[in-house]
Design a protein around this ligand. Structure first.
Ligand code: XMP
Ligand code: MG
Length: 177
């Protein structure tokens, strides 16, 4: 709790570990309920989503698969507007119930660009679970099926999220002061 410094910037606690863990557990329970008997495939968008995905997966009382891809559009604190795929998808999505796990939806550009590529493979269904959503920043229309927290349009770090590579190991989520 309190203030942390990451690189040159100060951040203050915004969501505590207890709040995050309680909400992640709730999302896990809702997904398990919604996907009973269906064996969903989770696609985790690296790097930021690794902690959310690991905690959520532990709370999933349903058979499920998980795989990871790497997309990035951020450099420092600004979206570059260009989404680069550096680890591709090697799963066949045809006929599968797919759930994307994303740490944060900001402008929406990352998912907006990526969704058509997934839909092209004709999954049976496709849903999005995002731990954080910045509704004021969203420019690209997306339907988010599961959202942990709607947050103001301020840069955040911690719980997997970074500022230029650092801050990911914090158990809480911190907001730029
Ligand atoms: P878009 O704008 O494409 O952005 O929806 C999604 C990706 O941008 C990163 N992002 C952040 N990372 N603190 C971070 O550490 C933030 O406040 C933030 N906002 C966006 C993140 O990687 C996300 O997947
Ligand atoms: Mg990121």
């Amino acid at each position: 709790m309190g203030i942390v410094k990451v690189h040159d910037k100060s951040f203050e606690t915004y969501l505590t570990e207890e709040m995050i863990q309680a909400r992640v557990k709730e999302i896990g329970q809702s997904i398990a309920e919604d996907y009973k008997g269906r064996k969903p495939l989770f696609i985790v968008i690296l790097n930021g989503s690794f902690m959310f995905a690991a905690d959520l997966f532990k709370h999933l009382d349903v058979e499920a698969e998980i795989c990871f891809i790497k997309l990035a559009s951020y450099k420092g604190m600004k979206s570059t507007g260009k989404v680069v795929t550096s680890i591709g998808l090697d799963e066949d999505l045809f006929g599968k119930d797919v759930i994307i796990l994303e740490d944060i939806v900001d402008t929406g550009k990352t998912l907006h660009n990526f969704l058509p590529k997934l839909l092209h493979q004709q999954p049976k269904s496709l849903r999005i679970a995002a731990l954080l959503h910045k509704p004021e920043a969203t420019e690209f229309k997306l339907t988010l099926d599961y959202v942990g927290f709607s947050i103001p349009n301020k840069f955040v770090v911690g719980y997997g999220l970074d500022y230029d590579g650092l801050g990911r190991n914090l158990k809480e989520i911190y907001q730029l002061v």
